[in-house]
Unconditional design. Structure first.
Length: 419
């Protein structure tokens, strides 16, 4: 750490006078230490002084006492005839920025406070330190500094969606994968806006994305030379789903192997029930998960009837005590409540039903038609909705539950929630 001085930069300015105003303010009168200055337009140095004037700046407080700077600066003539800047003001970049009202030391301190605490909390801390600045002023200075940073066109970008409101409205997030930073947030999830952003940032060589056709179309349209790859998160998720699906039928064998090498009490095994025809893979996975929970519940209840404490059952079976307590109080196996969420496709129900009656049963075609009607969600949402409503595997109970939930009056849903 260099040696600290009272003045902002001893190489640019020197202290001419230090005076007090009343009992609660210090005033430092500073003057430029150089004899010449450089023209900002042509870079030519000049010694010809045109005039002098005084700038009033705020500086870091001293023991909580506000400090005011009176900076005496000069205007110079530019000696180059071809230069359009005939008269210029000397620049002191380490003391104060152009048109600034605060010293560089004070601006840097406020920036660190804003980065650490934000606007309102940073304003309260600055007031305790003797610096008067509102939360809006702190955030405005931070945005101005962020906007002044020269943006470098990224080479490897990652594109994915993010939710303004889950299941209702989505946007697009763009990251620089080499620097590990978020570059931009797009307000919607569409191929047009993504392609427009990619065109505005030349130099992109690799686009990492999910496997949706939306971002693939945008990248192919805007940067056809770039390499498109699947991002690591979606690869790992797809791999885990494939591994879970491959090992799920062998759950009994794996449980027996795990019991053979562990000292946990035996949990009775039951054969998996026969699969119900015309069920989806997700429904079969939910049924297998429920069967495993039933087995664990019965094993816990057997230990409870044998007189073991909840702490001992939790330690031997590896189940949280709160789960054991909840199962004990329930008196019967607690079924998980089904949550029905209204899909964003529901607002197009009338149009989709009409097209379905007209004979259009292609989900991709219906999705493209809905995109022309400002539908911004993925084609998979349309496909799932059609499968639930019209598909041969859609259960009658699920269709009726969604319909009743969608058509329920607002007053009845509100009163039930309040109860």
């Amino acid at each position: 750490m260099g040696q600290r001085t009272l003045i902002p930069d001893a190489g640019e300015v020197f202290l001419h006078e230090l005076k007090t105003v009343g009992r609660n303010r210090l005033v430092m009168v500073l003057q430029s230490a150089g004899e010449e200055s450089c023209c900002p337009a042509c870079g030519q140095r000049s010694r010809r002084v045109h005039s002098r004037y005084c700038r009033h700046l705020s500086d870091l407080p001293w023991e909580g006492i506000p400090v005011r700077i009176e900076l005496r600066v000069r205007r110079f003539f530019c000696g180059v005839e071809e230069c359009g800047q005939r008269i210029f003001t000397e620049r002191l970049p380490n003391t104060v920025q152009r048109h600034g009202r605060r010293s560089c030391l004070l601006s840097a301190a406020l920036e660190q406070i804003t980065l650490a605490l934000g606007g309102s909390a940073g304003s309260r801390l600055a007031e305790r330190l003797g610096i008067l600045a509102s939360g809006s002023t702190l955030l405005r200075g931070l945005r101005k500094k962020a906007g002044a940073v020269v943006s470098v066109s990224p080479r490897v970008v990652g594109i994915d969606d993010w939710a303004w409101r889950k299941g209702q409205r989505y946007g697009t997030i763009v990251c620089d994968l080499e620097r590990g930073k978020v570059i931009d947030l797009l307000p919607d999830r569409s191929a047009e806006s993504t392609a427009e952003w990619l065109r505005a940032h030349p130099g992109i060589e690799v686009v990492s994305r999910d496997r949706a056709s939306l971002y693939a179309e945008a990248a192919h349209r805007a940067v056809p030379h770039a390499i498109q790859v699947a991002d690591r998160w979606h690869l790992l998720r797809n791999l885990s789903e494939a591994l879970t699906g491959a090992l799920a039928p062998h759950h009994r064998l794996m449980t027996e192997a795990a019991r053979a090498v562990s000292k946990k009490p035996e949990i009775p095994l039951v054969d998996s029930p026969p699969e119900v025809p015309n069920t989806t893979r997700s429904q079969r996975a939910k049924q297998r998960s429920r069967d495993r929970r039933v087995i664990r519940y019965e094993a816990v209840m057997k230990q409870v009837r044998n007189g073991l404490s909840q702490a001992e059952i939790s330690r031997t079976m590896g189940i949280d005590r709160r789960t054991i307590r909840r199962w004990t109080r329930a008196g019967d196996f607690p079924e998980r409540k089904a949550v029905f969420r209204t899909s964003s496709v529901e607002q197009y129900r009338r149009y989709l039903d009409q097209r379905w009656q007209e004979g259009c049963h292609n989900a991709s075609q219906l999705w493209r038609e809905m995109r022309e009607r400002e539908f911004t969600c993925r084609d998979s949402m349309v496909r799932n909705w059609i499968r639930q409503q019209h598909g041969p595997r859609a259960s009658r109970f699920h269709r009726e539950a969604i319909a009743s939930h969608t058509n329920a009056p607002e007053r009845s849903r509100t009163s039930t929630k309040n109860v």
